[in-house]
Design a binder for this molecule. Structure first.
Ligand code: DC
Length: 677
């Protein structure tokens, strides 16, 4: 996961492969609440693990539910069975509308009947997202709800005395034209209020986002509650209805998240389709109808229960005019697909975009314009025309909105667009971590299904003599950028160690090359697995380092390791450290650093390092050894240690690690197309 200020996406040129998507947010938070209110234990499988579900889990725990992770990855939730064991608490719900609304309704009903006081709050944006229509409906029921911040918005306080009564004789009226989540919240909570008679809810105004209400009804059904209804206007919960645990419940993958991979297929899957696992044409989620919209734009979509396969059909894509009210979240992806279409795409009836995680109409318009698109926005529509000329480099603001970050990542396919250039443009996604709201591994998943030219993947090389601090610096720079790291010295050390173990002698160039070519190395956190066993400590032994230094002078060994080193150049970028990263392996790297420190300083660092590991060492010997190794690395005929002509020199003798990292990141910021961003 990228806990970094920005992620640069180089131009992407194709897509293929298979992705498994995380569980649906809408289903996860609904079933968590239902399981939490039901009597008995429900095992939930494939739940989404994200910011929004974590706040729901924390809330349920605070309310007194028991949550027990299962060995097989499921979660066993033992519900309250309609009784509140905890009567007072403050619940923080982040920016999760799917937690705030239903919890407000359920707790309001529970404290009215049983007494208690709960405060519900969230992040500042949550306090700008309307909830007044739900508060009105709950007050009709006789609940005491204080919107003690700004009237009509969270935070809310819900309170009541034991033995209170609910006014259920008359229908509860709720507006349906701002958010369907108000109706959903009532439907999920009202089984708690049906002991003495049926309860009816009537919807005022045209209900928006109907498919989300259908999810609610289907999940209530799974918990034994049959809601009687007339269209989308009147819903009745029968007298005596109770949540009954279905035992085990499987959560489908998120259909809104699938929209990015469906779009990916439509835009870039020309040789083989993109396969999506976890959600299929049988989905109960309304956003599965994104498939129809994608088909209308040209995608070829196949599918069955739990799977989809998508390929490019029409190209360029076809512009569409669409009432997107039924797929409000996934429709954002259509606004990005519009960049790859011929003509103007118009999405109508999307006023709800303005009250989501951010004002999504304004945000999409602003970001698409940065790329060169022509965008017209209205109160409830957006019109997108692709850039007329070449696409512009853009640093995309994400407004703490996961869907903005995910859908706009698709602009990285710009070389494929009609006005895209062969070279393509790099796109910077600011605050990429906001995807954690629903899809923490979004970018990692994306990178497994895209094709990129190796030369487009950015590389920073850090070369320098032994014990100059390259490895530490490279690891820190890689972590700050969210990139991969290649410690090339480790490959030479691993070759030396493997040769020692296999009894291949120092002088046997052919034998050593064969060992190098067949290295089975895998990195797993701090562990380095050589043919399955952890050799992280052995690789650091002086004897291994010395042999590595000797065998690294053999052209056969260097050649045998080249392909392996090049294979580390993967999205979103690579920091490679060693002796010849900038001169031989990645000669066209956009930033090359040559790191030095005085021999005295390097000997001291190595000494400290060894002592800290409990290995006895003598400073004078270490320095002599290090100078001998420098001489050998510099003097060898092949790939001698020297700065590349275009390398920037960094002497870190007097610098802290942080200062060196900042220097390299500062140089990098000057290199890319985002100097002013
Ligand atoms: O950086 P290190 O001490 O882990 O490297 C071990 C040996 O490998 C070192 O003596 C030189 C050699 N090496 C090399 O020749 N080329 C590289 N790119 C990296 C290391």
């Amino acid at each position: 996961m990228y806990d970094i200020p920005f992620l640069d996406l180089p131009p992407l040129r194709g897509a293929a492969g298979s992705v498994r998507l995380p569980g649906s947010k809408s289903i996860s938070n609904r079933v968590l609440l239902l399981a939490g209110l039901a009597e008995g234990t429900t095992v939930l499988r494939d739940l989404l693990d994200s910011d929004d579900t974590r706040v729901m889990l924390a809330a349920l725990r605070t309310m007194g539910c028991t949550l027990q992770p299962q060995a097989d990855g499921g979660l066993a939730v033992t519900g309250l069975g309609g009784r509140l064991p905890v009567r007072e608490a403050a619940l923080f719900l982040g920016n999760a509308g799917t937690a705030m609304r239903p919890l407000a309704a359920a707790l309001a009903v529970l404290v009215t009947l049983q007494g208690g006081r709960f405060e519900l709050s969230g992040v500042p944006r949550m306090h700008e997202r309307p909830i007044g229509d739900l508060v009105d409906a709950l007050r009709q029921l006789g609940c005491q709800v204080d919107d003690f911040g700004q009237p009509g918005y969270p935070p809310l306080a819900l309170h009541g005395q034991p033995g209170g009564r609910l006014a259920t004789q008359r229908p509860i009226r709720v507006r349906g034209d701002v958010s369907s989540q108000f109706l959903t919240a009532l439907l999920l909570a009202l089984p708690l209020a049906c002991a003495d008679g049926p309860v009816t809810v009537e919807v005022e105004g045209e209900l928006i986002s109907k498919p989300y209400v259908e999810i609610t009804l289907k999940l209530l059904q799974r918990f034994g509650i049959e809601v009687q209804r007339q269209g989308f206007e009147r819903f009745t919960l029968p007298q005596g209805c109770r949540y009954r645990s279905p035992g085990t419940l499987h959560v489908e993958a998120d259909a809104s998240s699938a929209s990015y991979f469906i779009a990916l297929g439509a835009i870039a899957a020309t040789a083989a389709p993109v396969r999506i696992e976890g959600v299929g044409l049988d989905s109960i989620q309304g956003d599965i109808r994104f498939v129809d919209a994608a088909r209308a734009m040209g995608a070829v979509v196949d599918g069955g229960p739990g799977w989809l396969e998508v390929r490019r059909g029409a190209w360029p894509l076809r512009a569409v005019t669409l009432d997107a009210n039924h797929i409000p979240d996934a429709a954002m992806t259509l606004a990005v697909m519009a960049l790859y279409a011929e003509g103007t795409t118009r999405l109508d009836n999307i006023a709800s975009w303005r009250v989501k995680e951010t004002d999504r109409i304004a945000a999409m318009a602003a970001e698409l314009r940065k790329l060169g698109a022509t965008v017209t926005e209205g109160a409830d529509f957006i019109e997108v025309t692709p850039p007329a000329g070449a696409w512009q480099h853009a640093a995309i603001h994400t407004y703490d909105d996961h869907r903005i970050a995910m859908c706009l990542s698709l602009v990285a396919f710009n070389p494929l667009a009609a006005t895209g250039t062969e070279a393509g443009v790099t796109v910077r996604i600011l605050d990429p971590r906001c995807v954690a709201k629903t899809f923490p591994d979004y970018f990692e998943t994306l990178f497994t299904a895209v094709e990129v030219r190796a030369a487009d993947v950015p590389v920073i090389t850090i070369d320098g003599p032994t014990a100059s601090g390259k490895g530490t610096l490279a690891a820190a720079v890689a972590a700050r950028l969210g990139w991969h790291q290649l410690d090339s010295g480790l490959l030479y050390r691993a070759t030396a160690l493997a040769a020692q173990r296999q009894g291949v002698a120092d002088g046997d160039a052919t034998g050593l090359a064969a060992v190098a070519a067949s290295l089975h190395l895998r990195f797993d956190g701090e562990r380095v697995l050589l043919s399955g066993t952890d050799v992280a400590t052995d690789l650091r032994l002086e004897a291994v380092g010395a042999m590595a230094s000797r065998i690294s002078a053999l052209p056969e060994v260097r050649a045998a390791l080249e392909a392996l080193q090049l294979s580390y150049r993967r999205l979103p970028g690579l920091v490679a450290d060693g002796r010849d990263m900038g001169t031989v392996i990645f000669p066209a790297a956009p930033l090359k650093v040559f790191l030095t420190a005085s021999p005295a300083m390097r000997a001291e660092r190595r000494h400290k390092q060894l002592i800290s590991k409990g290995i006895a060492a003598n400073l004078a010997d270490l320095r002599a050894d290090l100078e001998a190794r420098d001489a050998r690395d510099r003097g060898r005929a092949i790939a001698p240690l020297k700065p590349a002509d275009d390398a920037l020199l960094l002497d870190n003798s007097g610098l802290t690690i942080d200062a060196s990292v900042d220097q390299v990141l500062g140089w990098w910021a000057q290199r890319g197309p985002f100097r002013s961003a």
